[in-house]
Design a protein around this ligand. Structure first.
Ligand code: SF4
Length: 378
């Protein structure tokens, strides 16, 4: 059985119409990584549920049967370290790496995801189209607009797509510099028909994302992921998860969250909550990526321990209160120690700490304070 046959789908793919857009949607890493990305799952399902798109998936190690002449090639980009794999995939498909070298015979190469939304410029020369912001409404707007010009030449397509809010067409903007040291003077559209600013799109609906596919081949096997919150009110200064997706939104527990979880539990016993929450289910294996330190109560720890979780991860960033203040991490050393005490009392066997070194204004004495704190926790 192929890995694709082992997938359990939680949506109904449409049967593509005769003249559906032949499209490839790629994740620039191996299948096991890509299929564990909630963002990739959602975009793929959105495309596959449209009868006017015939989409095939591509990963660095395997793919579904690919169209001979795709019109669209999309990339979900979650990590900068995957950039090199985008080049490899473009080469394997015989598509020029630079947008300016592509012709009417090549597909439009589009991309979206956290990394491209945060800063599209390092990769702007290699994408024809960049989707900025939340994909929920933006993706359908993109496909709808593409349908209107799918038979036009490449320039007409790009100019038309540039009118859609949230769609950035790098080749239609010119960057000028003060000097050769790289400082930017201005970024301006090449003519008056192109919007001078592209507005990042923010999804304002109440329903957050859940897995559209569950498979034992995922990096966390058979996991069903539920987005419990989007963004974070803590606003630590370095954190894209907070700033990039503001405003902070919570999935409604009574209606949609419980309903979503129940859908997942029909196909798996493993839940991944993106954000901390108190689970309500017996006999369910529960994974939480990391939790805010001051939410680690003994009850949360024992709930996790009873659901087959061994350890918990908290992000303390530094043992120095000065550094924590600089990054807006609102925590005291006492709260950190208390989280460790609670984790142990609740029955968890291990504690992992996320931290950073090299923050502006940090001194060696701050690093030493981190060592002291870790020794105290131990
Ligand atoms: S608490 Fe975590 S998720 Fe929230 S802003 Fe800080 S680092 Fe980001």
């Amino acid at each position: 059985m192929s890995v694709f046959q082992q997938e359990r789908l939680l949506f109904n793919p449409a049967t593509p119409e005769n003249n559906a857009i032949p499209a490839i949607f790629a994740f620039p890493n191996e299948y096991t990584i890509g299929i564990t990305s909630l963002g990739f799952q959602i975009v793929w399902a959105t495309l596959a549920m449209r009868s006017d798109v015939d989409v095939s998936r591509l990963f660095t190690d395997l793919s579904e049967p690919l169209p001979r002449n795709p019109q669209l090639l999309g990339f979900s980009v979650s990590w900068e370290l995957d950039y090199v794999n985008i080049f490899n995939l473009l080469e394997s498909l015989d598509i020029p790496l630079h947008s300016c070298d592509r012709t009417n015979n090549h597909p439009l190469v589009f991309g979206g995801g956290t990394v491209l939304t945060a800063n599209p410029e390092p990769f702007a020369d290699f994408f024809d189209v960049i989707l900025l912001g939340d994909g929920e409404n933006l993706l359908d707007s993109f496909i709808d607009a593409y349908q209107e010009v799918r038979n036009a030449d490449r320039q007409t397509k790009l100019r038309h797509l540039a009118q859609v809010p949230g769609i950035y067409i790098p080749s239609l903007y010119e960057i000028t510099y003060h000097s050769r040291d790289g400082e930017i003077k201005a970024i301006a559209p090449i003519d008056a028909d192109i919007p001078s600013q592209v507005q990042k799109q923010t999804y304002r609906g109440n329903t957050l994302s859940t897995s559209t596919v569950v498979t034992e081949k995922a990096a966390w096997e058979n996991i069903y992921m539920v987005e419990v919150v989007r963004s974070c009110p803590e606003m630590c200064r370095f954190c894209l998860a907070s700033y990039l997706t503001l405003p902070f939104r919570i999935e409604s527990v009574e209606s949609s969250l419980i309903q979503s979880i129940e859908i997942g539990l029909k196909v798996t016993k493993r839940l991944g909550l993106l954000g901390a929450s108190q689970p309500q289910y017996e006999d369910v294996r529960l994974s939480i990526a990391s939790v805010r330190t001051n939410t680690v109560t003994e009850k949360l720890a024992s709930t996790l321990a009873n659901r087959d979780t061994r350890s918990i991860t908290i992000a303390v960033e530094s043992g120095s209160s000065k550094v924590r203040q600089i990054v807006n991490k609102k925590l005291t050393n006492e709260e950190i120690i208390q989280a460790a005490v609670n984790a142990k009392a609740g029955g968890l066997k291990a504690l992992k700490l996320y931290g950073m070194v090299g923050i502006p204004m940090e001194e060696m004495s701050d690093v030493e304070e981190t060592v002291t704190m870790m020794t105290a926790i131990k």
